[in-house]
Design a protein around this ligand. Sequence first.
Ligand code: ING
Length: 328
Amino acid sequence: MSRFVTVGAAQMGPIQRSDTRPEVVERLLALLHSGADAGCDLVVFPELALTTFFPRWWVDDLSEADHFYETEMPGPETRPLFDKAKQLGVGFHLGYAELTPDGHRYNTAILVERDGTIVGRYRKVHLPGHEDHEPWRAFQHLERYYFEPGDGFAVHGAFGGVVGMAICNDRRWPETYRVLGLQGCELALIGYNTPIHYAPDPDQDRLQGFHNRLVLQSGAYQNGMWVVGVAKAGEEEGCALLGESAIIGPSGEVHATCTTEGDELAVARVDLDLCADYKETLFDFERYRRPEVYGAITGQRGPLVPEGIREGRAGESEASNDTGEEYL
Ligand code: ING
């Protein structure tokens, strides 16, 4: 019997700096209700879904940004989300800035089951942008200043399947999906706040939607998993953020997508058993993957450029597999 989970990608429009937590939680509750009305088992909110994307600003002292972080989850202002989830029997995924009691700061996401309990927590591994104030930029991207990296990708038994989480920039790295896929992940939940303008290479601006789809769809297909990408979209404090939230199946096909840049729910009936159509055929890791061939190199941090290759000298390079034999 198929294992179906009805999933709502709960895209949010912009959150302005002046928007209060209660005002934002009201929007989240409205999306949760819409999800319940649409028969959702799970509603997926974006990255940093409680605040504006504050890493766009520099502050001299990190403590000036403390009000953007949650020191408890649920806390008094987020408790209504958990209570409503339990009342409606709808679970949710929520991204937020976490400040731990011992002073560590993470870009965090949680997975909450239909009974309102937290069954998983993830702290963002790939932190993009820069560490120091770079005034030349139209806006900053200081995640490496405001957050510490998390320590890995895990999966959780929830909603009748194997569920994993990642956050925003994580979705651009193939390792994210593969590490989840190797753990049997059937449903990957990925919130994002993606500025359209990418200061280090503005030519990428026009490609933001394409790159978003490219990585979500390839990650889903190459690991036989469902991928739910959910945006905080629209213009936040003058900064345009990509929308295009989508629910992608293990075939790589788009099953649902948002078409606005505001608060919008896109719903798909996720059949978790579709994953087997890929995990047990094309992408049967046990049968076809060959870590013994590439295992030694995948721990490498930077690129390995064999001697002489860049200078155009064929040169003897141990990485070459040129056996010197003539191919007929
Ligand atoms: N945002 C962006 C992302 O990876 C970014 C950073 C923007 C990278 C544009 C490349 C191009 O989608 C976060 N929050 O990671």
